[in-house]
Design a protein around this ligand. Structure first.
Ligand SMILES: Cc1cc2nc3c(=O)[nH]c(=O)nc-3n(C[C@H](O)[C@H](O)[C@H](O)COP(=O)(O)OP(=O)(O)OC[C@H]3O[C@@H](n4cnc5c(N)ncnc54)[C@H](O)[C@@H]3O)c2cc1C
Length: 374
């Protein structure tokens, strides 16, 4: 790529756009990034669980590679943002789910991810506030937790240090190497990255994306109550199905001592309103697994909108209908985890580098965006 004019314009400075601006400017491309207001959308609502997720092989490869990139980022900038190595405990509620733990461990092991099976007693020892009678679990130590808006802001700052220009403006259209703002001005670049999250389809009409509203609840400070990110095995079913609204037990200990409680999914819902019956259902599920939560004070409830593709794999790379437009959208509930790998793959594509993982399963031009799930 010749870097005399602006090489790349990134639209959107959520964590995905910020990661793209960081990686590309670091790789010596000239970059402009547009957003207004910054960080106010899904990234500000996310849970920040950096998780190796195994809904499909493509997803596991992508999330695990991104975890390695997070590890490298933290080693390079050790005190730049909070990064808690909480690990994840996947909880098996009954014997049938416990069988699934063995399958999950084998799948992780096939991809070089270490994990250990916990008996019921070991589970109770690791998380004493889980209810008695659970069958066991799987501890995945490589998973960790960040505070998403903090990291997005760090990546944007670093991008600017590497020379990226940030412009606080709303983009009204993109295409054919141009970006137009609502005041009529235009900017040109060889490549424009659409990282606009839930509004990506306004800029690139025709993308097959679904909105999925989620709620989160945060408690007051109760340090030492929860030690790991603790998720029920049924979470994958909740994330996987588009058919119905769903909830799953998913709690995260914050470094402040607060406990973040999730999660819910309402497919086809993109408004930001707090839906009280859904919050009640989500909390009932959490209390079933961890009864102590029902006695804690909640200080805030909020929503965010995940953006999903039919096969739950993000769209990363050139759009079939305009090769000047690259897509960085559709990360559903994994966009914090996979922000860094998205940026790296796009940079590899633009610079003609060999990516560390095959990029084909993530390209917008992949043959089938459904039916790849294991
Ligand atoms: C409840 C919930 C929990 C989650 N938990 C996790 C988790 O634990 N782990 C995980 O990995 N992921 C999680 N996610 C998913 C994750 O938050 C998202 O995938 C991620 O934040 C998407 O980031 P983004 O940069 O693509 O989008 P956004 O953060 O939405 O950023 C898009 C940006 O584009 C800007 N923009 C849009 N249109 C324009 C325009 N026309 N001009 C200029 N700028 C524009 C917006 O202002 C915004 O800043 C969760 C999501 C939710 C809702």
């Amino acid at each position: 790529m010749n870097s005399k004019a602006t090489d790349v314009i990134v639209v959107g400075a959520g964590i995905v756009g910020a990661a793209c601006a960081y990686q590309l400017s670091r790789d010596k491309l000239s970059v402009r990034i547009f957003d207004d207001p910054v960080g106010a959308v899904t990234t500000a609502a996310g849970m920040g669980h950096l998780v190796a997720m195994d809904d499909s092989e493509q997803q596991l490869i992508l999330t695990h590679y991104s975890q390695l990139l997070w590890q490298a980022l933290v080693e390079e900038f050790p005190a730049a943002f909070s990064f808690e190595r909480t690990g994840t405990i996947w909880v098996a509620a009954n014997e049938q789910e416990f069988q699934d733990v063995q399958r999950k461990q084998a799948f992780y092991a096939d991809h070089g991810i270490a994990s250990s099976v916990l008996t019921a007693a070991e589970l109770a020892n690791a998380e004493p506030h889980l209810r008695p009678g659970l069958a066991g679990g799987l501890l995945v130590p490589c998973d960790s937790v960040v505070y998403p808006p903090e990291v997005a802001s760090f990546l944007l700052c670093k991008a600017r240090e590497f020379g990226a220009a940030f412009l606080g403006a709303r983009v009204s259209s993109i295409g054919n190497g141009s970006v137009h703002l609502s005041d009529g001005s235009a900017f040109h670049a060889q490549v424009i990255i659409n990282a606009a999250g839930p509004t990506a389809t306004k800029l690139t009409p025709g993308l097959d994306l679904l909105l999925r509203k989620g709620h989160l609840v945060i408690t007051d400070r109760y340090p030492g109550t929860v030690h790991h990110q603790v998720v029920e095995l049924g979470y994958l079913k909740s994330a996987h199905t588009f058919a119905d609204d769903s909830v799953a037990f998913n709690v995260q200990p914050r470094s402040t001592g607060q406990i973040l409680i999730g999660s819910s999914r309402q497919t086809g819902v993109g408004d930001g309103r707090v839906d009280s019956p859904m919050v009640a259902r989500m909390l009932r599920r959490a209390f079933e697994f961890m009864p102590i939560l029902s006695r804690l004070s909640v200080i805030r409830v909020w929503t965010g909108v995940r953006v999903a593709t039919p096969d739950k794999i993000p769209l990363i790379g050139p759009w079939e209908k305009d090769s000047t437009v690259y897509l960085a959208v559709g990360h559903e509930g994994l966009g914090i985890t996979t922000s860094l790998v998205t940026a790296r793959l796009i940079s590899d594509l633009l610079l003609g580098r060999n990516p560390a993982i095959p990029v084909e399963p993530y390209l917008p031009s992949r043959p089938s965006k459904a039916g790849v799930l294991v």
